[in-house]
Design a protein around this ligand. Sequence first.
Ligand SMILES: Cc1cc2nc3c(=O)[nH]c(=O)nc-3n(C[C@H](O)[C@H](O)[C@H](O)COP(=O)(O)OP(=O)(O)OC[C@H]3O[C@@H](n4cnc5c(N)ncnc54)[C@H](O)[C@@H]3O)c2cc1C
Length: 441
Amino acid sequence: MRRIVEEAREIPVMKETDVIVIGGGIAGIAAAVAARRCGAAVTLIEKSVCLGGLATNGLVCVYFPLDDGAGNRLFGGLTQELLHTTIKYGYNTLPDCWKDGPARVENPTGRYQTTFNIPAAVLAFDELVQDEGIDVMFDTAFAAPIMEGNTIKGVLVENKSGRSAYLAKVFIDASGDSDLLYRAGVPTETDPENICSSWTHEIDAAEFDKAYAAGGLVAAVPLRWFGLRPDVDNSHAVIPKFDGTDAAGRNAYIRLSRKLMLDYLKEHRREGYSFLTYPTQIQTRMTRRIIGKKELNCTDAYAYVDSSIGCVAHCMDNPAPVYEFPYEGLYSTAVTNVLAAGRMVSAGGRGWEIMRSIPQCALTGEAAGTAAALAVKGDGNVDHVDIKKLQEILLANGNILHCTKEMKEKEINFNDYHKNAKASGGLGIKIDSLSYDETGH
Ligand SMILES: Cc1cc2nc3c(=O)[nH]c(=O)nc-3n(C[C@H](O)[C@H](O)[C@H](O)COP(=O)(O)OP(=O)(O)OC[C@H]3O[C@@H](n4cnc5c(N)ncnc54)[C@H](O)[C@@H]3O)c2cc1C
């Protein structure tokens, strides 16, 4: 490939602050709010024009369970608060037994999860960050770190005003793809095997009244899923896989996902039928994650982790074994002053699958934000944060750091619960089989 040298140039320093968060998805929102509530001045840099990331721009409007599938709530703090923020001005599908967020529910009639209205969630996120006094820069993309040895001094960003610099004491990468961490020199792992997955909301005038009477707007304006996924529909097709860290891979993914939508529309277009939305963020699940000082251990469910920041579980397991996530899974000692938050924390294999769900992203966001604020008060090194102090704050904010006796005893009620869970209803997502051949026709 031909290469050229970019010329050095003088650029303006737009701001010097305590904490800079890159990316305003669920993890970035939680990180920014947590750092601010601990007294740090925070700037959040978001390349799109909305907060929420995959959960809004990516149309993933299903906040996965906060419970373990056996009646125990696993998450509190900002993870629980943000779930309720998503539904503050819109509909929800929360079972009654979880509506007030109890710590434990005997014989639950469904999971502590909800589908939410995306515009209402975006507006509620705006209100939240504004009320907290967080400086949000929309339409501004992180481009490169400014390094001094193994410490980040600032970030270069690009927006309509051109290229500029933002300086801070501590940084949180919540870009979903480890953009800052990778470029700053933190060791990472990539997953080049993202499947194609695209969602829209649809409306069908012929079915609207009946569907609305049966299930309200969630049923009357359902999500339609277009994907190529062997376990769901295209079991006899060769499924293409995409690298979400590579520009060519991302473009191929985007082209295919929209082609699947268009093919479907051509086939199903009729009077009274319409698509209402399309994703404006590429829907890659796992792209690049850090190899941190410690890793989530998924071989030892319910094991006590001294530095735990919270309990996590696989959203699809029902009931789900519970693991404790270590603080040291949020950073690498390769760079002194940056933390990871969201779907790129230190967890490989099945652990990565666990940590990419919305509740886990909110949890690591809250822990990273709290730790960043503590690091600002200290020497700026995230490895020197007093973990006991961090845990004290997380606990006081309602987080559940360690597995409880009730969580460990869940097997006792497994059969009863399983019966109830099956009767609890779906998430309002419609899936048809899509055809695909390797030539893309
Ligand atoms: C198809 C699909 C279905 C899913 N289904 C569910 C589900 O039903 N329930 C569930 O709980 N989870 C689900 N997930 C997982 C979940 O939605 C995401 O993993 C989670 O929302 C990620 O949150 P995040 O904040 O870590 O990252 P993201 O949501 O990706 O947010 C990253 C943010 O950073 C911004 N950004 C990126 N790069 C830059 C840059 N260079 N400069 C500035 N800003 C930048 C982006 O614009 C974005 O706003 C699904 C994921 C996919 C892909």
